[in-house]
Design a binder for this molecule. Sequence first.
Ligand SMILES: *Cc1c(COP(=O)(O)O)cnc(C)c1O
Length: 393
Amino acid sequence: MRAGQTHLFVPGPTNVPEPVRRAMNVPMEDHRAPDFPNLTLPLFADLKTVFGNESGRVFLFPSSGTGTWEAAIQNTLSPGDRVLMARFGQFSHLWVDMAERLGLDVVCCDVEWGAGVPLDRFAVLLGEDPSIKAVFATHNETATGVTSDVAGVRRVLDAGGSDALLFVDGVSSIGSLPFEQEKWRVDLAVAGSQKGFMLPAGLAMLGVSRKALDVAAAHTGPRCYFDFADMIRTNDLGYFPYTPPVPLLHGLRASLGLLLDEGLEQVFARHHRLAEGVRRGVDALGLHLCAVAPEWYSDTVSAIRVPEGVDAAEVCRIGYNAYRTSFGGGLGQVAGKVFRIGHLGDLNEVSCLAALGAAEMSLADAGAPVELGAGVAAAQNWYRTAAANLVAA
Ligand SMILES: *Cc1c(COP(=O)(O)O)cnc(C)c1O
């Protein structure tokens, strides 16, 4: 027997809070029952609050987040449509790959992995090419721990007089970082259940603006499973066009309750406070983030570069085998070079100290010259100050 719990610090799936886990443990029920809308209609309303979506709607698809990338594209764009995207990590890379495979004419800005959406280059490219129908931005690149400025993308679109649709991947940001779909006029905002919503994977969310709903209604391209029209027809009455994952909906009820009870502003502030402690710990260990400048630092995930000669995959293996702690590995271009601490969802100061403590041991075992305790101590100091400020406030 191996006593104690296994520690999960991958940036998704995140830890499921106990009340959410219990809420999902329900007997199967009739998803066409007369009282089923009592469960679903408030979910749609509360999701709009979390997305900051006032005049549009939020769909729930039984899929992982990748499915809503596809839903967003299929309902609004056609093969041959020109779109502007930026690639700076594994997730933005995969979205580009999907767009190309679905036949879109992708203008792709390649950016150093560690930076984010290049607003200046977007401005130039939009100015040069009025045929661009949509602009895609990965809000939080989970592979590199980089958060981009979505409000800035909106400013660039407005300054250039572009009426292109704005697509945003918010899978590892929505529900954890400030997100304002209405204010930023994000047309299609993608999220998934297993990150900030603290659920298992399997329930993807798609926030759609009024404008994108109109575009989708007029769109003639083929789609079926992800068709907005089928969803709208049934969702308006509290139902789905096919069988929804009902236990996940009960889990979502509980997780939205937790997020809204804590208060979204407090949730965002907590993520910032916890992330800052992790960053101070990383700095005190003499290590560097993959994010190349503070403007890009993500409050939901830190990708940490290992010193020359150390294999980041080995750090993860040691963490798992010796200390029963899962870190995120490096993906794509940064495989072997970074490991990731996910600090989003159901966690607190002591969770982050545990992550740093396990990381220190794993790094040292993998041959990195780190001083045990230095990272934990730096984070402790920050958390004590932050706690004192919270009490004073
Ligand atoms: C996790 C993640 C995805 C993929 O979501 P799946 O649920 O695995 O399909 C897409 N984009 C970002 C930014 C992510 O973090």
